[in-house]
Ligand binder design. Structure first.
Ligand SMILES: NC(=O)CCC(=O)C(=O)O
Length: 272
């Protein structure tokens, strides 16, 4: 299963141009034999709370239509980063996945909104304009079950564990860490989730743009079930390809039986 991590220089402020760039890079990935192309969080919208409504779209909107028809034309899966999704008065940070036939296979609305205020570092309040989703998302492919969540969601180990317990052997994470938390936690988090859940993890970020109000860390990466980093971008726009053999997850789970050896009878805080 060949995965293309497409680290885009998106968020230019021109939504049509960002969608066109994403489509051009997905075509390039398809020509390199990718089965699954993965885009970053908010790939056609500046990552600013004030931008989410004006760049947002309802179900079936411009970005989704473009990705759906491209997946059908090229016959590959697309994990379509995320877009601001408009529903009534609400805005969600939503990732759509399309199958080889262009049909929507999954929709994940970011469950944990990114509200942080690090002293001397990054402050961001998604909850100023976004609403949280409330579903755990997995989807089926001919390669097996896949999990999907968005950036800050991945800090919450329970969510990753639940995707793994549903059978996911690869966790896809469109994301956009920043220059405060990225250097400290990005690699650690992907390796940690991979080791804990004995699965592959794939994180795809926008490229770093020093003139943006929110500077993404980049460093899109894929990690295997042993915790080894298989591929990694730097800060520049790039596409990295990685071939994943999902039987490696079964093999690691057999040799080091973490998931099956859990003592779920003990993992509950009881009133005393
Ligand atoms: N877009 C996000 O959710 C950013 C998450 C992040 O940077 C973090 O440190 O967590």
């Amino acid at each position: 299963m060949r995965v293309a991590l497409i680290q885009l220089a998106g968020g230019s402020g021109d939504k049509k141009a960002d969608i066109a760039l994403a489509c051009e890079k997905i075509r390039e990935a398809s020509a390199q034999g990718a089965d699954i192309a993965v885009l970053p969080e908010m790939f056609c919208c500046p990552y600013e709370t004030s931008a989410f409504r004006s760049y947002g779209e309802a179900e079936g909107g411009e970005a989704q239509a473009a990705l759906s028809s491209l997946s059908r034309e090229l016959g590959l899966y697309i994990v379509g980063g995320s877009v601001p999704e408009l529903e009534g008065d609400r805005i969600y940070n939503t990732s759509y996945v399309y199958g080889r036939d262009g049909v929507q296979l999954a929709r994940h609305r970011k469950v944990h909104l990114f509200d942080i205020d690090v002293e001397g570092g990054q402050r961001f309040m998604e909850s100023d304009t976004l609403s949280p989703g409330s579903q755990i998302t997995t989807f089926e492919t001919e390669f097996g079950t896949m999990g999907l969540c968005i950036c800050f969601d991945f800090r919450f180990e329970e969510l990753a564990r639940l995707m793994a317990l549903r059978g996911a052997k690869v966790l896809f994470v469109p994301a956009a860490f920043n220059m405060t938390t990225g250097p400290a936690h990005w690699e650690l988090m992907f390796r940690q989730r991979s080791v804990d859940n004995q699965c592959f993890t794939v994180g795809v970020s926008p490229a770093r743009n020093e003139s943006a109000s929110y500077v993404a860390y980049g460093n899109s990466m894929a990690v295997d079930p042993w915790g080894t980093v298989l591929t990694r971008c730097g800060g520049e726009p790039c596409i990295q390809y990685v071939d994943l053999d999902l039987s490696r997850a079964d093999s690691v789970r057999r040799q080091l039986p973490i998931l099956s050896a859990r003592r779920t009878d003990l993992y509950e805080i009881k009133e005393v």
